[in-house]
Write a protein that binds this ligand. Structure first.
Ligand code: PGA
Length: 267
């Protein structure tokens, strides 16, 4: 399977932003401006805070062009887990993608490689697509450990994943030092890391290692998305800040599509 066969994917991570009315306004505006040809050229999803999933999901269901994503899921389907969210509930709410192991969860809320793997497996078992977030910290970056730190998270997160599941898996490479800092990875750094993730997937899963889309995340914006999309093995993006304004999120998607087209023409 060649690089061009993977459909570009853009997932907006709203993090802890938006009240119901703000979310509805965003969606109305986004939908009004989303061109049919753009929507057909890529997959688009939005990950709102959990309480907004039903409102956002019902609007997206009406529009029919954008999928629903969640920001996390627990590994059990029910039980005494205050503050956690069941993968079964997410699937009933028509969630398609679930972020797993986001660096903010790892850094500030004690999530480990082991719990990340458990959550990822539960999302797969519930029939949704996990988006496994991996990426080095600033100190790992400075000490030349970007590849080893990223691959350690990748391998731990996928420890028990079967090759048969690879078509319902997305990886997001998000260097921690680039998240929310305005300082995105350079195309050459992104190329190095995306290639090493792909190589590791192919070493373990052979041809099926080419199936998962690998998104880049960390200070993506309309101004840098085209050059990042041109990078080999970058299959989409996971913007945070740039997904909070409809025109900015759309601008980022459009810039990305220009980059993906240029890349596929040069292959
Ligand atoms: P950012 O966040 O685009 O605001 O840097 C990305 C992310 O955390 O997924």
């Amino acid at each position: 399977m060649s690089q061009t066969k993977r459909k570009p994917l853009f997932i907006g991570n709203w993090k802890m932003h938006f009240l119901p009315q703000e979310a509805e306004e965003f969606l109305d505006q986004f939908h009004a401006s989303l061109d049919a040809s753009v929507a057909e050229s890529c997959d688009i999803a939005l990950a709102p805070p959990h309480p907004l999933l039903p409102i956002v999901g019902s609007k997206l269901g009406e529009f029919g062009r954008v999928s629903l994503a969640a920001q996390n899921a627990h590994w059990e389907v029910s039980g005494a887990h205050t503050g956690e969210i069941s993968p079964r509930l997410l699937s009933v709410l028509q969630v398609r993608y679930v972020l797993i192991g986001h660096s903010e969860r790892r850094q500030f809320y004690g999530e480990t490689n082991a719990t990340t793997a458990q959550r990822l497996n539960a999302v797969l078992a519930a029939g949704m697509t996990p988006v496994l977030c991996v990426g080095e910290t600033e100190s790992e970056y400075r000490s030349g450990k970007s590849e080893s730190a990223t691959l350690e998270q990748l391998n731990a997160g996928l420890a028990t994943v079967d090759a048969a599941m690879l078509d319902s898996l997305v990886i997001a490479y998000e260097p921690v030092w680039a998240i929310g800092t305005g300082l995105a990875a350079t195309p050459s750094h992104a190329e190095k890391l995306h290639s090493c993730i792909r190589q590791s997937l192919c070493e373990r899963f052979a041809e099926r290692g080419k199936l998962p889309r690998i998104l880049y995340g960390g200070s993506t914006k309309p101004e840098n998305m085209q050059e990042l999309a041109e990078v080999p093995e970058v299959d989409g993006a996971l913007p945070g800040g740039s997904s909070l304004k409809p025109e900015v999120f759309l601008g980022l998607i459009e810039a990305g599509l220009i980059g993906f087209n240029r890349k596929s023409q040069s292959l």
